[in-house]
Design a protein around this ligand. Structure first.
Ligand code: ACM
Ligand code: ZN
Length: 685
């Protein structure tokens, strides 16, 4: 992490403007994503010839790489005679870059690329493809470039269970990952919404557990989450043949990307247990979501699956899930209880640990390592396990401290299923608000990580859970441009300049669109809830608030002053400005002295996916003595409680010059069990 770096950002000597098709524009390495580690711009230009040729001065380039270069948009071919546009030197004795890094000199006479391995040379070519906008811009600003990744793991996650995606879609995303210098595709092959890989010994997984009568996950959920036979009329879903998966692995490896398969255990396994209910605690379909670790049949199943997964995927990592197991049925299942007694296990966390450790041993015995979500730490796990930290970074930090390798993918920054713009302008999402700027702001190395352990932090990953993402174009909209930010966090040095990154993202978005991707239109970003960006002034600012019904300790905002701090909340209910409660709201503002009141109001949030509903009704009343209150306004809800997007609604009403010292707000919750109320400011004017 202490690498000496020289970074010249946009302010320094950048005379380029990447305008696709503009033949006189000059492309600069300062314009690409991920930002190169260091570069020095020279006051010269290199004109890329029509035929882009290469030669190899030292070492070798494989035929696979040569084919890749030829098939690329620059159609790079070996030189036949004369000088080559690109001269490669592959040499393991170079210093200053990792095995994935490269040094590139762009001079008026041509380009030289030096790398320790072909992977470095591959990434240099990725830089050139982006720099030239697929060959449209031929004039290159001369520069000396040293580019080497900060982290060895730079990943993207694909949830093909909630909505199945074609091999072609995945290959297209592999191409984008290569451009972004990302090197791990995490394929979430199994989950409650569908199993996606054939297992010879368990054919029902793909005859039945891969199919459902409804196309969208939401319709399927609303219909009760039942699977169907593959030949059921209109059956939706699918699976990859083993040949297709091998082809995908090969396609990815040609682009220096490893495909990591994930098989969920013990939770998120409803689809398996519908097809093979004997692997659950109850023995009945549609009853349990977790495998029964008390039954040997479960281990026979999982081992068989792993055998076949290992046969298809060469990845040294096999992801075994481990997240969100409910473990409820284990508490009363006789098989689980017997297992716990025999093994001296005292609780169900220990039973989960038993399953994970046993499977880890099995996977290790086949020469592979496990990755698991951070829950695998519960009850202890062998040191060889790599932890994927998703519930914030605490799990990851704990794992690093105890010597585990860790991949950081904390939900608040790396989960791309949240909305990236004002939710009312975006497709329905699972909730939340995670714009590009927020993702870009993530710094994986935290101050309290021990410096001698930080090498266990392998890197970062962007996750896209696809419950709400049916269409391929929607998936691309969610990934890009936010995956650019994750790529840059993984590759580039930690210095950040969002304005510069935004500028480069706009240019790269254009290129992605030109290539047929459907990124979010960053140019027209609306951004954070506008009301939250400026303070609100009103007569209640700074006044004391008393609560007849307490707010939730989980969502206090800033506590007692939340509703009178002059700050409105943004699109995220957990941004510290919203206050949440699982009860009705009943609170009173004390203005300190009698004042004339002409308006009372408060905004509430609606986010159906997060169980946050607008109140049925809000009643405002006033008092001069704090004891006798007179209702002055009642505002009712006029929004469908199941409206799918996040919105806010101001429950406000004029009141005619009432004089009062105390103003009370009583909001009645939506009757949906478990629903929340969230409000941000009690406005009194
Ligand atoms: C997860 O989001 N349940 C890993
Ligand atoms: Zn059981």
């Amino acid at each position: 992490m202490n690498r000496l770096i020289t970074v010249f950002l946009s302010s320094i000597f950048i005379c380029s403007t990447l305008v696709a098709g503009a033949s006189d524009s000059v492309a600069s390495v300062a314009d690409i994503i991920p930002r190169v580690t260091s570069f020095t711009i020279k006051d010269k230009v290199y004109e890329l010839p029509e035929a882009v040729t290469f030669k190899v001065k030292r070492g070798n380039l494989s035929s696979v790489f040569q084919e890749y270069m030829y098939a690329s948009s620059l159609h790079i071919t070996p030189v036949v005679k004369g000088t080559a546009a690109i001269t490669f030197a592959i040499s393991s004795d170079m210093t200053g870059v990792s095995t994935e890094g490269y040094i590139m000199d762009i001079t008026p006479k041509g380009i030289t690329i030096t790398a320790k391995t072909e992977t470095g040379a591959f990434y240099a070519v990725q830089s050139l493809l982006q720099l030239t906008h697929d060959g449209e811009v031929r004039r290159l600003q001369c520069a000396e470039v040293k580019d080497t990744p900060r982290f060895s793991y730079r990943g993207m996650h694909f949830d093909v269970s909630r909505h199945f995606r074609s091999v072609d879609f995945l290959k297209k995303q592999i191409d984008a990952m290569a451009q972004l210098k990302m090197n791990n595709m995490h394929l979430h092959l199994t989950d409650g919404a569908g199993w996606r890989m054939p297992v010879d010994a368990y054919p029902r997984l793909t005859q039945f557990a891969a199919w459902r009568p409804q196309r969208t996950w939401q319709d399927w959920r609303n219909a009760g989450t039942f699977y169907c036979e593959s030949d059921f009329p209109g059956a939706s879903g699918g699976f990859y043949s083993k040949d297709e998966l091998r082809e995908l692995v090969d396609y990815a490896s040609r682009r220096h990307i490893r495909v990591i398969p994930e098989i969920e255990m013990p939770g998120h396994s409803e689809e398996v247990l519908a097809a093979y209910p004997e692997l659950s605690c109850s023995g009945q379909p549609y009853k349990n979501s977790d495998f029964c670790p008390g039954k040997e049949a479960t281990f026979a199943f999982l081992e068989k699956v792993i055998d076949e997964v290992i046969d298809v995927f060469p990845s040294e990592y096999i992801h075994i899930g481990g997240d969100e197991a409910s473990k409820d049925a284990w508490k009363t299942c006789p098989d689980c209880q017997r297992r716990m007694k025999e093994e001296g296990i005292v609780d169900v966390d220990g039973l989960q640990s038993y399953l994970i450790k046993r499977m880890e041993k099995y996977i290790n015995s086949h020469g592979r390592q496990i990755i698991g979500w951070d829950e695998i730490l519960q009850g202890g796990v062998a040191p060889g396990a790599t932890v994927m930290s998703w519930r914030g970074t605490e799990g990851g930090k704990k794992a690093i401290a105890s010597g585990h390798d860790v991949i950081m993918t904390p939900g608040t920054y790396c989960y791309l299923d949240y909305s990236q713009d004002a939710p009312f302008r975006e497709p329905v999402s699972i909730g939340g608000y995670t714009p590009l700027k927020k993702v870009y702001g993530y710094e994986p190395v935290e101050a309290d990580m021990e410096s001698d352990k930080v090498s266990h932090l392998l890197g970062v990953q962007a996750n896209l859970w696809s419950e709400y993402v049916t269409e391929d174009s929607h998936a691309e909209h969610m990934y890009y441009p936010r995956a650019y930010a994750i790529a840059e966090i993984g590759w580039s040095t930690p210095e950040k300049d969002y304005e510069d990154f935004h500028r480069r993202s706009l240019a790269f978005n254009d290129l992605m669109q030109q290539r047929g991707y459907a990124p979010f239109d960053l140019k027209s970003e609306y951004g954070e809830r506008h009301e939250s960006l400026v303070p609100v002034t009103h007569k209640g600012v700074g006044a004391a608030v008393s609560y007849a019904l307490p707010y939730s300790e989980k969502y206090p905002g800033v506590g007692l002053s939340t509703l009178t701090d002059g700050k409105r909340g943004g699109w995220n209910n957990n941004d510290g400005r919203w206050q949440g409660t699982l009860t009705d709201v009943d609170c009173t503002v004390d203005l300190g002295q009698e004042k004339e009141i002409n308006y009372v109001g408060a905004a509430y949030m609606h986010s159906e996916g997060a169980w946050i509903h607008l109140p049925e009704e809000v009643v405002f009343s006033t008092s001069v003595n704090g004891v006798d209150f007179t209702p002055v306004a009642t505002v009712s809800c006029d929004i469908d409680p199941m409206y799918p997007k996040i919105i806010t609604k101001e429950y406000g009403a004029p009141v005619d010059g009432v004089r009062a010292r105390y103003v009370r707000m009583q909001a009645t919750k939506n009757p949906r069990p478990g629903s929340w109320l969230f409000t941000d400011e009690f406005i009194i004017n």
